[in-house]
Write a protein that binds this ligand. Structure first.
Ligand SMILES: Cc1ncc(COP(=O)(O)O)c(C=O)c1O
Length: 346
């Protein structure tokens, strides 16, 4: 038997396991039969929680993955001649294998950002060709909250982008795969920086923060979701055993489990950042506002460290690496990482 099996690392919050309260809830609903495909009391309860969190007109649909949440969100609000504008670092641009283009038919246009955050100034360059049949029609701006760089938009920044979109007849989508880390960082209720800040459609993630699987698509603006049930089914994301996604969300919101998990992972990233600051050989490249720490370190040291603790290179040319904290990261993990780093840097 290996002794170091399943050692925690800093690779991804996806690499962490499932919170025991989520597992318990899955087991607790695992008795008897309920009607499939979402016509069950657990799904009714879970959908009600989303209305409490995001506003009474919120229409929520569960899907299996974050990619599906993004792609189907966009499918619900675009036609194939539209374009979707996002940061060049966005998951939907970098890590979805072209699925947004394949399933929506839309052109994905990008803006380069220093920190993963789109601004209205950056968006200007794509604001042309409206009503011109030779040009894809800009329809959606997609922001990620918290971003792939670990940074967080303020509610005012979201509002500004939403107003910019709406003034041009466009919509604002938010990829909230790590929305809980942003909520904790901002110390705001979800509604304040989504529905109340003009977000139209949200991909709400749970998997990275203690759930097993199951993301939610929340239509925050009334009237956008009329045909969505067909889009989800055609998109092969209608779960027959929906109660097991719904139960996870019931547990996730009970006693603020989501908040405890996200507060913990953000706090661990903060401690990691503080401890890394002692090394002159290492520079931190992004503001640590959620659960990610981006560092430049000598690549030969990083390679040695990656044998101790798994983590990903972010930009190999710059020798930049991403260290992610998770709901189950411990201070002892960080202390051991720092201890080994000290040795490898000698
Ligand atoms: C910002 C962001 N969006 C969405 C996703 C969802 O991805 P998946 O389809 O792997 O669940 C991820 C996962 O890494 C992510 O980092």
């Amino acid at each position: 038997m290996e002794t170091n099996m399943n050692k925690r690392g800093f690779g991804s919050d996806n690499n962490a396991g499932i919170h025991p309260d989520i597992i318990k809830e899955i087991i607790s609903v695992n008795t008897g039969h309920v009607i499939g495909y979402g016509s069950d009391i657990y799904t009714e309860r879970a959908l009600g929680i989303f209305k409490e969190q995001f506003g009474s007109s919120t229409e929520t649909f569960f899907v299996f993955t974050g990619t599906a949440a993004n792609v189907l969100s966009l499918s619900g609000i675009t036609r194939s001649w539209n374009s979707v504008i996002t940061a060049s670092t966005a998951h939907l641009e970098q890590d979805e294998c072209g699925a947004p283009e394949k399933f929506t038919g839309c052109k994905v246009l990008t803006v380069d950002t220093p920190d993963g955050k789109i601004t209205t100034d950056l968006l200007e360059r794509h604001m042309h060709g409206f009503d011109f049949e030779h040009h894809s029609q800009p329809k959606v701006i997609s922001v990620t909250q918290s971003t792939e760089m670990g940074t967080v938009y303020t509610a005012a920044e979201i509002r500004k982008i939403a107003d910019f979109a709406h003034d041009r007849g466009m919509l604002l989508h938010m990829d909230g795969a790590r929305i809980t880390n942003a909520a904790v960082s901002l110390d705001l209720p979800f509604k304040a920086f989504t529905t109340d800040s003009g977000v139209d459609v949200l991909s709400f993630g749970g998997t990275k923060n203690g759930m097993m699987f199951g993301e939610a698509i929340c239509f925050l603006k009334p009237g956008l979701s009329a045909d969505f049930k067909y889009i989800r089914k055609q998109g092969m994301q209608l779960s027959s055993k929906m109660r097991f996604i719904s139960a996870q969300y019931i547990a996730y919101f009970r006693n603020d489990l989501w908040k405890n998990c996200a507060s913990h992972s953000n706090a661990m990233a903060g401690i990691l950042e503080e401890r890394l600051k002692q090394f002159t050989e290492i520079s931190i490249t992004q503001a640590v506002q959620s659960n990610g720490v981006f560092v430049i370190m000598p690549s030969e040291v990083a390679e040695k460290m990656r044998n101790h603790y798994f983590f990903y290179p972010w930009n190999e040319k710059r020798s930049e690496y991403r260290l992610m904290a998770s709901w189950d990261t411990t201070e002892a993990d960080i202390e051991d990482f720092i201890f080994l780093l000290k040795k490898e840097l000698k």
